[in-house]
Ligand binder design. Structure first.
Ligand code: ADP
Length: 342
């Protein structure tokens, strides 16, 4: 006698995937983990729901012996799960796959974070490229000093200077992570002129991206804000650099608007945009859509949001696939400044 098993009778989270890689059925345990209903999950591509931990959206294919994966929940959280899958070829060789998920985090409720070794490897990689360049240029300067023209020396020293800035920025980001997590971030509030910070950020990044074309749109007499200028510069640098790296060097705009007691700064690009399914995740620590090139640590947006929130503001993203993205943040107006800003 063959017993028919209802998926909902299974205490383990189970998903049946059709040959197209879409969810054919999911049981109540999965729905509970994701914070949705089984009916809502049916028909969704599996790789929208599950991604290999620390990797891009490759999906789950073939036979798999308990891979560490991230299960995307409705509210943007990601749960660490171990996914065990078995594929069975049906008529015509098409494969149906059954995926069983076991939450790794206690209670299945903790967000996924990379292991210590992954963090070290990401950060080391990010540090290595500017340091390699510093080493290369200084070696060249030392060994060929008499044969290099003043212009060549100047260009190399500018590059070394710029690379040193990158290393400093990365180290200060790492320090900010622990300060943000422990609530020990200290802001040096001052009267700040956003148009001049924006123009200096664009000028510095033009050195790294000579083809960068970015329009600054701040009205004459744009009011000053009360903020820590170093942190505002860090946030803007990250947003403009991301737009240059992931979107397009042309057609970028940094604009400011005033609304009530705060100002809003928007960095708009004309790139490919960010898929709707990825958008809720880009502010997650160490999350990267594009593994490999262009390089990055997956920290920038998480830190930027933390820095803006520490000022009492908000940082959000909006994106239309094929059209581009807009990252905007708010900061409080400096109502006592009377127009003077540094
Ligand atoms: P990093 O740039 O170091 O990877 P971020 O936290 O700054 O980390 O960004 C997270 C991810 O968000 C990036 O890997 C990239 O895929 C995506 N992203 C950020 N900004 C943009 C943008 N303007 N256009 C498209 N994708 C973006």
């Amino acid at each position: 006698m063959t017993a028919r098993v209802d998926l909902d009778d299974l205490a383990v989270a189970t998903i049946v995937v059709d040959p197209d890689g879409r969810v054919a059925a999911a049981n109540a345990t999965v729905a509970e983990l994701v914070g949705s209903t089984a009916e809502h999950l049916v028909g969704r591509p599996l790789d929208e729901l599950l991604r290999p931990e620390g990797a891009t959206d490759d999906g789950v294919e073939g036979e798999d012996e308990g891979r560490a994966m991230c299960l995307r929940c409705g509210d943007g959280r990601e749960l660490a799960v171990r996914a065990l899958s078995r594929s069975r070829a049906g008529a015509g060789g098409a494969c149906t796959t059954v995926v069983v998920l076991r939450p790794l985090a206690k209670g299945g409720a903790e967000p996924v974070g990379p292991s210590g070794i992954e963090v070290i490897s990401t950060v080391s990689h990010e540090l290595r490229s500017p340091l390699t360049s510093v080493k290369g240029y200084t070696s060249l300067l030392l060994s060929r000093w008499d044969r290099l023209s003043d212009d060549q020396k100047k260009t190399m020293l500018e590059q070394v200077h710029h690379d040193a800035d990158r290393v400093t920025r990365l180290v200060s980001e790492l320090l900010d992570i622990s300060r943000l997590e422990t609530g020990h971030l200290q802001l040096r509030f001052q009267t700040v002129a956003l148009p001049s910070i924006a123009s200096s950020v664009v000028a510095k990044l033009t050195f790294e991206y000579p083809e960068l074309e970015c329009t600054l749109a701040f009205a004459e007499g744009f009011p000053p804000v009360l903020a820590d200028p170093d942190k505002v510069e860090q946030v803007l640098t990250n947003l403009v650099e991301n737009a240059a790296k992931y979107a397009s060097l042309k057609g970028m705009t940094v604009s400011g608007t005033v609304a009530g007691n705060s100002v809003s700064v928007a960095v708009a690009d004309t790139g490919e945009g960010i898929p709707r399914t990825d958008l809720p995740h880009i502010f997650t620590k160490f999350y990267r859509r594009d593994q490999g090139r262009p390089s990055g640590s997956g920290l920038g947006l998480w830190i930027s949001r933390g820095l803006v929130e520490a000022h009492g503001g908000r940082l959000d993203a909006d994106s239309v696939e094929g059209r581009g993205s807009v990252f905007s943040f708010t900061l409080p107006l400096d109502t006592d400044a009377g127009g003077a800003a540094s």
